[in-house]
Structure formats: structure tokens, C-alpha cells
Ligand binder design. Structure first.
Ligand SMILES: NC(=O)c1ccc[n+]([C@@H]2O[C@H](COP(=O)([O-])OP(=O)(O)OC[C@H]3O[C@@H](n4cnc5c(N)ncnc54)[C@H](OP(=O)(O)O)[C@@H]3O)[C@@H](O)[C@H]2O)c1
Length: 381
């Protein structure tokens, strides 16, 4: 029986994780559930999973939760210390890191430091602190299993292969809701248009990232760290049907692709069960009627992808600054404070005003994150 801590259990990924834990009670036990502020959903998850530990964001959320659940039987923690306690609890085997954004970094680092197997959805951790996390994982002998469907696909295509035979990684991108939209119409895009993703159902922040293609840019940096690949060997292919989840090309011209219907449960389940596979009873793609379409991304209409490649090439604290500026810009767009087109411009201006330096340790990374955030905020204002 594997004991699991789900960080971000109330989110889009977290809810899928909970479904899998419910479907395989003989294999998994939800030892800890950590949410932000959605105490109603957390209380419902507690009622059927009976975790030993739950975590919420603030002390006020603890009080709200206590009104919804019977007293006793479960430890209720809050804040940074609470998330770290759940991620490092001696009884936990695997930590699912599915908090959104930079808030996921500290508990992810804590889990790796404590030697926990990591099922990683929070790509922002690797974007901000990839070198640090990967070297910590190596030192502690920790497996980092990707939850992102693209990285899960690449992970599967690489299984049993020699790294030196790999010539490139090809990340597929759906292209988002504005793949065919004229550039002139971008300024009129409203948050509700950008939140309506054509193939994947996801949280708000990643939905906007998918619409700008920043999500793919963050994934390029994630892949660079996870698979120890130089950015020059990583490319992006737009594939609207989202059936090919990503590909690996080898030195003999062979290309391996991993396919499946677009449903995050596949990648999540594999990250929990690897090297086994769970009987998920998923439909297969309809191979009797499958016209796979692939095309190059348009960096002129989607400059965020180009900015992420640039930050990946620069290294140092640039990816951290890119991520911070993006989080500020996405939030400002969702609040109606800036236009869709301004998201990329704001990130670019933040990077231009950022002096790059090495990302040696966590303090240095958190400092760079804070500086880029306040710079981006001032640009929004
Ligand atoms: N959704 C996908 O299909 C998908 C695919 C691949 C990778 N990912 C990655 O997975 C991560 C989660 O994405 P998502 O779509 O599941 O996001 P989401 O639906 O917005 O859920 C985010 C989760 O994080 C919690 N949270 C938010 N801010 C927090 C904070 N400051 N402290 C603690 N917890 C906080 C939320 O809690 P409350 O709701 O309780 O406030 C919720 O449980 C992201 O890094 C994303 O890039 C997502």
C-alpha cells in the first residue's frame, strides 16, 4: 500500500489524483491532502478518503474547515509549515506536487529533500529551480515522475533507450483556443475566451498559459531539466488534436511517439504506479478516423514561447524571472487589468530590466522571484 500526499488536491490535477486514489483503494492510501482555500471541496474529499493530515492556506481556513468536518481523527495544519509537514511526513511514500505556480516550489523541494518519490505536476518548480531540484534528487536518490502529459510521453519513449542515441525531444502543443485567430483580434480577447481550452480541461492559470503558449515554453524548460537535454535539442510542434502527447527522435531517424486520448488520468496514474500500469479502462483514439495534423508554432502571434526559449538559453535566474512575470501578467489579465497582448510585452520588459546571475541556492531563487514580481507589478500599475 503506497501512502500518498496530494498537494493541491482541490485543483484540476488534484481532483483527478483523488479519482485515481478512490478507484484503487487496495493500492493507494491518501495519507495527506493539501488545498489552498477551497475548504468545501476539501471537506468532501476528507469524507471519503479519511486522510491523517490535511493542510489549508491560512488559519482562517482551518476555522472554516473545522465547522465542516467532525472534530478529531485528522490533524489540520496550515501555511508553509503545514505544506512542508505533509510533504515530508515519515509515513508518506509519494508526494504529488500539484499546487499551481511558485507557491508549489517550497513543498516540492521539501519532499525531495526528505527523499520522497515525487509525482510532479508543478512545472513552475523546475522552471524556477531546475538545477537545484535535479541535483538534490540525484543526491537523495529520488525519482521524479512527470505528471505533465508531454513529459510523461517523453519519459515513456525514453524507457529502455540510451540517452546518447537521442537526437531531439519534440513537445506537442494543442495550439490553444487562438491557434487560428488573426493577430489583429488578439487585443480583444477576454479572459472567458482564453479560459475555454479546445482539448484539455485545466485550472485557470495553466489555461491562460496554454492560450499564450507560455505553458509550452515552461514545458521546454521543464524538459531540459527532467531529461538533462540542452535546449537546442528540444522543439515544439503544434498538434491540435492532442492525441500524440509528445515524441522523441533518435540518431537513426526513428521517432517514437506516445499517444492516447487527451485525459490527464493516464499520465497521473503512471506517475503513481510506474513501472506498473493501472487498468484505467480508457478509450483508445479512434484510429479508423485519425487525421493527425502537425505544424510549426507561430512565434510572432505567440511571443511567449520565444521568450521562454530565450530564458532557457540564458539560464541563471532568467527562467525564474520569466515565471514570476508570467504569473503576475496572467493574474492581471484575469482581473481585467491588462489586455491579452500585454502579457508577453510585460514579461519581455521584466526580463529586459532584470540583471541575470547564477541561481545558486533557494534564497537566491526566491530573491529573484520577488524582484521580478515587484518589477512586473509596477509595469502593470
Ligand atoms: N490541469 C492540468 O491539466 C495540468 C496539466 C499538466 C500540468 N499541470 C500543472 O499542475 C499544477 C496545478 O494545475 P491545476 O490546473 O490543477 O491548477 P488549479 O486547478 O488552479 O489548482 C491549483 C491547486 O493549488 C492550490 N493552491 C493555489 N494557490 C495556492 C497557494 N498559494 N498555496 C497552496 N495551495 C494553493 C489550489 O487550492 P484551492 O483551489 O483549494 O484554493 C488547488 O488545489 C500547475 O503547476 C500546472 O502547470 C496541470
Amino acid at each position: 500500500m503506497k501512502k500518498i500526499a496530494v498537494l493541491g488536491s482541490t485543483g484540476s490535477i488534484g481532483r483527478n489524483v483523488v479519482e485515481i486514489l478512490k478507484a484503487f483503494p487496495d493500492r493507494y492510501r491518501a495519507f495527506a491532502l493539501a488545498a489552498g482555500g477551497n475548504v468545501d471541496l476539501l471537506a468532501r474529499q476528507m469524507a471519503f478518503l479519511h486522510p491523517e493530515v490535511v493542510v489549508v492556506r491560512t488559519e482562517a481556513h482551518v476555522r472554516e474547515l473545522q465547522k465542516l468536518v467532525p472534530a478529531g481523527g485528522c490533524e489540520i495544519l496550515w501555511g508553509d509549515e503545514g505544506y512542508a509537514a505533509a510533504a515530508t511526513h515519515p509515513e508518506v511514500d509519494t508526494v504529488v506536487s500539484a499546487i499551481v505556480g511558485a507557491a508549489g516550489l517550497l513543498p516540492t523541494v521539501a519532499a525531495v529533500r526528505a527523499g520522497k518519490t515525487l509525482a510532479l505536476a508543478n512545472k513552475e518548480s523546475l522552471v524556477m529551480a531546475g538545477d537545484l531540484l535535479m541535483s538534490l534528487a540525484k543526491e537523495k536518490g529520488v525519482d521524479i515522475l512527470p505528471v505533465d502529459s508531454e513529459h510523461s510521453a517523453i519519459f515513456q519513449c525514453l524507457a529502455g533507450q540510451r540517452k546518447r542515441d537521442v537526437s531531439s525531444l519534440l513537445l506537442t502543443a494543442s495550439g490553444g483556443p487562438f491557434r487560428n485567430l488573426d493577430k489583429a483580434a488578439f487585443a480583444r480577447i477576454r479572459p472567458e475566451d482564453a479560459l475555454a481550452h479546445p482539448t484539455w480541461s485545466m485550472g485557470r492559470k495553466i489555461s491562460i498559459d496554454s492560450a499564450t503558449l507560455m505553458n509550452k515554453g515552461l514545458e521546454v524548460i521543464e524538459a531540459m531539466h527532467l531529461f538533462a537535454m540542452p535546449v537546442e535539442k528540444i522543439s515544439v510542434v503544434v498538434h491540435p488534436q492532442s492525441v500524440v502527447h509528445s515524441m522523441v527522435a533518435f540518431c537513426d531517424g526513428a521517432v517514437m511517439a506516445q499517444m492516447g486520448i487527451p485525459d490527464m488520468k493516464g499520465a497521473i496514474a503512471l506517475a503513481l504506479s510506474w513501472p506498473e500500469r493501472l487498468p484505467l479502462k480508457m478509450d483508445l483514439p479512434d484510429f479508423s478516423n485519425l487525421n493527425l495534423r502537425m505544424e510549426a508554432p507561430d512565434l510572432e502571434r505567440f511571443p511567449c514561447l520565444g521568450l521562454a526559449f530565450e530564458a532557457a538559453r540564458e539560464g541563471g535566474i532568467f527562467p525564474t524571472a520569466l515565471n514570476a512575470a508570467n504569473e503576475v501578467a496572467v493574474e492581471a489579465f484575469l482581473q481585467g487589468r491588462i489586455s491579452f497582448s500585454r502579457i508577453a510585452a510585460l514579461i519581455s520588459e521584466t526580463l529586459m530590466r532584470t540583471e541575470n546571475h547564477g541561481a545558486e541556492d533557494l534564497d537566491c531563487i526566491l530573491g529573484a522571484d520577488a524582484r521580478a514580481r515587484s518589477l512586473a507589478e509596477s509595469l502593470v500599475a
